[in-house]
Design a protein around this ligand. Structure first.
Ligand SMILES: [Zn+2]
Length: 224
């Protein structure tokens, strides 16, 4: 998809390929890779290089491969006893249906119900291991999140539609990393909604005016 302008950096891709990332971050990267042939190629190059290093050093300790890691994640899942339904591959929100990223397909039981947040935003939490919080965030058209900074890091992957902030417009496949250095005000335009998958490793911190009153709102993202 030639429209993708925001990618995971080399360090993230390399840690992903080497199985060094936590499972929640790996899910985000994996979902980005479905959109992005450019990063798939980079992963292939990193893996090829890794294979050469392993070949050239017989005594090398094998790093856990990604597939082994994903298998380990899947091992915590209950055994499948029923034939999969089509809805296992889809995310529904009211009358809308979206394809789920492959990495989350058949894990519908980990996706919580939609709840309403201020500002025409809805979220559905995804249960992941570790301390970070994963959410599907749906922004209706012409809506905005209060301006906020991040204590820690927020990764946003656009799945459908688009949103924008002070730094640009983000479209499906875009992988946006925000840290505590950034302040931003995500918005959607009139007639344009947006579905994202987000990963937070600390609560949001709102910075401006009335929005500071909404700071407890950041806890909504963290509620189990
Ligand atoms: Zn990419």
């Amino acid at each position: 998809m030639a429209n993708i302008h925001f990618h995971p950096n080399h360090d993230l891709l390399s840690r992903y390929a080497n199985g060094e990332l936590d499972s929640a971050s790996s899910i985000l990267i994996s979902a980005h890779l479905e959109f992005c042939p450019h990063c798939r190629q980079k992963i292939a190059a990193i893996e090829a290089k890794q294979a050469r290093i392993l070949e050239s050093s017989e005594s090398a300790t094998l790093t856990p491969s990604l597939s082994a890691m994903m298998l380990e994640i899947m091992a915590h899942e209950p055994a499948e006893t029923i034939i999969e339904e089509v809805t296992d591959c889809e995310l529904t929100m009211e009358d809308k249906t979206y394809p789920l990223p492959s990495v989350l397909q058949r894990h519908n039981d980990k996706i919580g119900p939609w709840s309403r947040l201020p500002g025409n935003i809805k979220r559905a939490q995804v249960e992941v291991s570790g301390d970070s919080k994963m959410n599907f965030i749906y922004m209706d058209s012409d809506s905005s999140l209060p301006e906020h900074t991040h204590q820690g890091q927020e990764i946003t992957l656009v799945l459908a539609g688009e949103f924008y902030d002070e730094s640009g417009t983000y479209k499906p496949g875009d992988f946006i990393v925000q840290t505590d250095e950034h302040t931003h005000l995500p918005r959607t335009r009139e007639g344009q909604d947006c579905l994202c998958l987000t990963l937070l490793n600390a609560p949001l911190h709102f910075t401006s005016g009335l929005a500071t009153l909404l700071n407890p709102f950041s806890q909504l993202f963290f509620r189990r």
